[in-house]
Design a protein around this ligand. Structure first.
Ligand SMILES: [Zn+2]
Ligand SMILES: [Zn+2]
Length: 309
């Protein structure tokens, strides 16, 4: 990693300001807002202070057999839907993946103190997180990042290459190792990101390769949920066991949602768990279509993949 001498490492409030500046205006509800752009520093040609992993197809593949689905659990720490009434819902998304080689926090919700409170009630601590993957720049997915890094800075954060330069630098200022994602990469054994998808509001989704098939977790699915599923399938050439997260179907018509459900079924998605920005109508229609293979998701949901088999 290159050290930067020109820019000082600033304290917490600055990272908050950066997130607000670059993402508050780009809430997941509004798709008409402009995507985050790189900062002037990048335009000046200064090398970002981050390590970019090798991104060949060979790096994406591994010889290990898939992980047993029964070893993996996913805990929803932050969502605007209620599952466990003891937890506080709020607009945003975050979940914790346990059981793989590393413990992974996928997105961080909007509000750090609320994230920490929900984590405490779920008996999850920041110290146990090894890796954070941020799906996209929107504040309801990145807002809790600083609170985690303040408690545990010594972890690895996967960001999109298109994230603001200053934000990457601030994350590194907490001691975290920043990895920029452009192409699909392996995060740890059995876990991958799709790479940066979409040009307008670009995003990455997480893929877990299990013996039951692929588990795909999305933040908002701004590039399109079907596009993300298709990409995961094409990358790993495996059936899709489960898709969960924000499907971004608020505002979609019933016929549009039904077409998407049909496409999910054609792609072989066995279980579906739409939440966050999926919209009430989509959640109802997915539940009708998937029946016992529909996973109701809200803050506090704990999915033990082995129980879905
Ligand atoms: Zn969102
Ligand atoms: Zn979003």
């Amino acid at each position: 990693m290159k050290k930067m001498s020109r820019y000082s490492i600033c304290s917490g409030p600055v990272i908050c300001c950066i997130l607000v500046l670059f993402s508050l205006m780009c809430g997941c509800v509004d798709t008409d807002t402009a995507p985050a752009t790189d900062t002037a520093e990048q335009e000046e040609g200064i090398t970002p202070p981050v390590c970019i992993p090798p991104q060949s197809e060979a790096d994406f593949q591994e010889d290990l057999p898939p992980i047993h689905a029964s070893e993996v659990s996913i805990t929803v720490l932050y969502d605007n839907n209620v599952y466990d009434p003891h937890l506080q819902p709020d607009w945003g998304f975050s979940c914790l993946i346990k059981g793989c080689e590393k413990t992974i926090l996928f997105d961080t919700g909007a509000n750090g103190s609320l994230l920490l409170k929900n984590m405490e009630k779920l008996q999850v601590t920041p110290e146990e997180i090894d890796i954070i993957v941020l799906s996209h720049i929107h504040q309801d997915h990145t807002g809790g990042l600083e609170s985690i890094l303040k408690i545990k800075g010594d972890l690895t954060v996967y960001v999109l290459q298109s994230f603001p330069f200053a934000l990457k630098e601030q994350i590194q200022g907490y001691g975290a190792h920043v990895i920029e994602v452009d192409h699909p990469v392996r995060v740890c054994s059995h876990v991958y990101t799709t790479g940066e998808i979409g040009a307008y509001i670009s995003e990455q989704a997480l893929i877990i390769r299990t013996d039951e098939g692929l588990v795909i977790i999305t933040g908002c699915a701004h590039p399109g949920i079907v596009r993300i599923i298709q990409k995961a399938h094409d990358l790993l050439l495996s059936d899709i066991f489960m898709v969960m997260g924000g499907f971004h179907l608020q505002g979609a018509t019933q016929s549009q949602i039904q077409e998407i459900i049909a496409q999910c079924q054609e792609l072989g998605v066995q279980y579906a768990g739409p939440c966050h920005c999926s919209g009430d109508m989509a959640m109802v229609l997915f539940e009708q279509a998937y029946n016992t293979h529909y996973i109701p998701i809200g803050v506090g949901t704990i999915i033990y993949l082995g129980e879905l088999e």
